[in-house]
Design a protein around this ligand. Structure first.
Ligand code: NAP
Ligand code: G4F
Length: 345
């Protein structure tokens, strides 16, 4: 018998990769979408076209993480074996401007779903995955970070996700629900939103190469992240929900790279050899050959509190789930740059 999954956030980067993967495995997939004044389904349009011809069992349901009644209705319709809760206001910088909204969507949203599962009597049937995050580690007290590393959130986003993390554990302990957290480190792809740093940089490198813009403005060049590929990480989500028992898992590559290194790597692919001149907000990335300024600092991209260094230890996922990332940092940047170049050309 094929399984049924409900994916919230199906129009996002991870939702799209996960829907593709589950459909390829024969799942029936429901995806929750929120109303927008313009279509917000660009990433999943090819899946929707295949669903229309009856080729794949993929159905969209309207809903919003802030609307308990709607979430209840969706769960009643889908009666899923697995819920992947990926919907979130997922931008850390934006969460400083919209803290209450972020808490509502990212913190209370998962609680609303868990409680709907419970009150609908789906506790035995439905497994719940929560998109937790390495942002929980925040001001890190040890490196690498694992499931036992203490949390220190550094943004409204991370605080909201911390509430959700513990809510998942509480529903597991209080009601015996199969509810698990995936503590995922940054993961990227050509489908990454254009305002996250990887995509912003690969897109800018392609735009500058094609002569569409002259330079790009960024914030903190000296933050370090553990960047993996979204395709590897959605497979980890599936393994987490299909484990023998509910538990919490870190998914990470174990490698860390700075924003500066990311920028140099992407610009090298575009044919530019960056040299850095100046300090602080006056620092600039200059093309060694042409002498043009290609990268500059705009302090509006700084965060009131920054997460300086993330580097994950995914030993538990490797040993208990057999999960391992397949893509390297260099390959991810290259795939993203080439996709941006092709799309813009
Ligand atoms: P994303 O591309 O920003 O996608 C977020 C999804 O959530 C979109 O489908 C968005 O819909 C939906 N959404 C936002 N607010 C909503 C609301 N109020 N009601 C219903 N849907 C809403 O994020 P992602 O990178 O795929 O990440 C997926 C999840 O993993 C998020 O929860 C994120 O916080 C978490 N996470 C991500 C990473 C990472 O590195 N990517 C790492 C750790 C954890 P629209 O398309 O309409 O905007
Ligand atoms: O790409 P970012 O915006 O991702 P961030 O803040 O690490 O959050 C992402 O990963 C989390 C997992 O750890 C997820 F939970 C979250 O949903 C999201 O997917 O920023 C990465 C780093 C930061 O240190 C930031 O300060 O890049 C630095 N940065 C420097 N200049 C910039 C910029 N970030 C953005 N977005 N834009 C800049 O111009």
């Amino acid at each position: 018998m094929s399984k049924t999954a409900l994916i919230t956030g199906v129009t996002g980067q991870d939702g799209t990769y996960l829907a593709r993967r589950l459909l390829a495995l024969g799942y029936r997939v429901y995806g929750m979408v929120r109303r927008a004044s313009l279509p917000n389904t660009a990433r999943i349009d090819s899946l929707l076209a295949r669903a229309q011809t009856g080729e794949i069992p993929f159905t969209l349901l309207s809903g919003d993480m802030t609307d308990s009644g709607g979430l209840h209705r969706i769960l009643e319709i889908a009666e899923p074996d697995e819920v992947y809760n990926l919907a979130a206001q997922s931008h850390v910088r934006v969460s400083f401007d919209t803290p209450e909204y972020t808490a509502d969507v990212d913190g209370l949203g998962p609680l609303r779903i868990l409680d709907a599962i419970r009150t609908l009597g789906l506790t035995e049937k439905t497994r719940f995955y929560q998109a937790s995050t390495s942002e929980l580690f925040g001001k890190v007290c040890q490196t690498p970070q694992s499931e036992t590393t203490p949390f220190h959130p550094r943004s409204p986003y991370a605080s909201a996700k911390l509430f959700a993390y513990w809510t998942v554990i509480n529903y597991r302990e209080a009601y015996g629900m199969f509810a698990s957290n995936g503590i995922l480190f940054n993961h990227e792809s050509p489908l990454r939103g254009e305002t996250f740093i990887t995509r912003k940089i690969t897109r800018a490198a392609a735009q500058i190469k094609l002569g569409l813009i002259e330079k790009v403005a960024v914030g903190n060049l000296d933050a370090y992240r553990d960047w993996g590929h979204a395709a590897d990480y959605v497979e980890g989500m599936r393994l987490i929900l299909n484990a023998e028992k509910a538990d919490d898992f870190v998914l990470a590559t174990g490698e860390t790279h700075s924003v500066r290194e990311l920028t140099e790597t992407a610009f090298r692919l575009a044919g530019f050899d960056l040299v850095w001149k100046g300090t602080g907000s006056d620092e600039k990335g200059i093309d060694r050959v042409g002498g043009k300024v290609l990268v500059e600092i705009d302090p509006t991209f700084f965060r009131p509190t920054e997460v300086d260094l993330l580097c994950g230890d995914a030993t538990k996922a490797r040993e208990r789930l057999g999960w391992e990332p397949k893509h390297s940092f260099r390959d991810i940047v290259e795939e993203m740059f080439q996709a941006d170049l092709a799309a813009l050309s």
